[in-house]
Design a protein around this ligand. Structure first.
Ligand code: FE2
Length: 227
């Protein structure tokens, strides 16, 4: 948890069974149920076919998922997300992770007005129907900033922010890191700091996901920028 608080991300390895993933997850977080999670609190991420074409369900298909915050469709997304690969794809299915710290440093240097606009209250709408008002950057505790972003049909943005989305996407693309997970490998991240994504895949890729709040409280979000 110290590393998650400092760097926002920890990689894990050797979690080759559902029981191992569950045991690890329960050591570090109070699991938050998800509509798609199973009775043990973990969500099985695999291709379910046609139902994955419904809004917000793309994670259970085979297509690319662009950078997003997990559960940004609800008012308060979970702080922690653990994703472990139990069976890699035949091709593709790499994970792409972006540190919000790098994104904010990038924007602070190249487009500070974008950072300011995306911190304006109520300039993003996340969720079904009208969604609920939020914003890309929200003040957190300890001088930190909570990042919250999605780019699918469950997101809409005010014109004040719309014009800066290309700059934000550019910053995400520049700082995105790609990893191919083998069986038992995964990551634990601060979901209020890191964005995650995945490339399209073929084959019978199987991952497990846990969402929750840390058992040992840790500061959430992007640390204050060095001035
Ligand atoms: Fe996700």
């Amino acid at each position: 948890m110290a590393q998650v608080a400092e760097r926002g991300l920890v990689t894990v390895d050797g979690l080759v069974s559902r029981a191992a993933v569950r045991a690890f997850a329960r050591r570090i977080m109070a699991l938050t149920p998800h509509p798609d999670s199973d009775r043990d609190g973990l969500t099985t991420i695999q291709n379910i076919g046609a139902p994955s074409r419904q809004p917000g369900m793309a994670g259970l298909g085979t297509g690319e998922l662009v950078a997003h915050t997990e559960r940004s469709s609800i008012p308060r997304p979970p702080q922690l997300m653990l994703l472990v690969c139990l069976r890699p794809a035949a091709s593709g299915g790499e994970v792409r992770l972006t540190d919000g710290r790098a994104v904010t440093e990038h924007l602070a240097a190249l487009a500070p007005e974008a950072l300011e606009a995306m911190a304006l209250r109520g300039t993003a709408y996340y969720g079904d129907g009208g969604g609920h008002p939020s914003q890309v950057f929200t003040p957190g505790s300890n001088g930190r900033t909570l990042l919250r972003f999605r780019q699918d049909e469950l997101s809409r943005f005010s014109p004040l922010v719309d014009r800066y989305l290309p700059a934000l996407r550019e910053a995400i693309a520049v700082h995105q890191q790609t990893a191919r997970l083998t069986a038992g490998q995964g990551y634990l991240l601060d979901n209020t700091r890191f964005l995650h994504a995945r490339t399209a895949f073929t084959g019978d890729r199987l991952c497990l996901r846990a969402l929750g709040e840390p058992l040992t409280p840790a500061p959430a979000g992007i640390p204050a920028l060095r001035s």
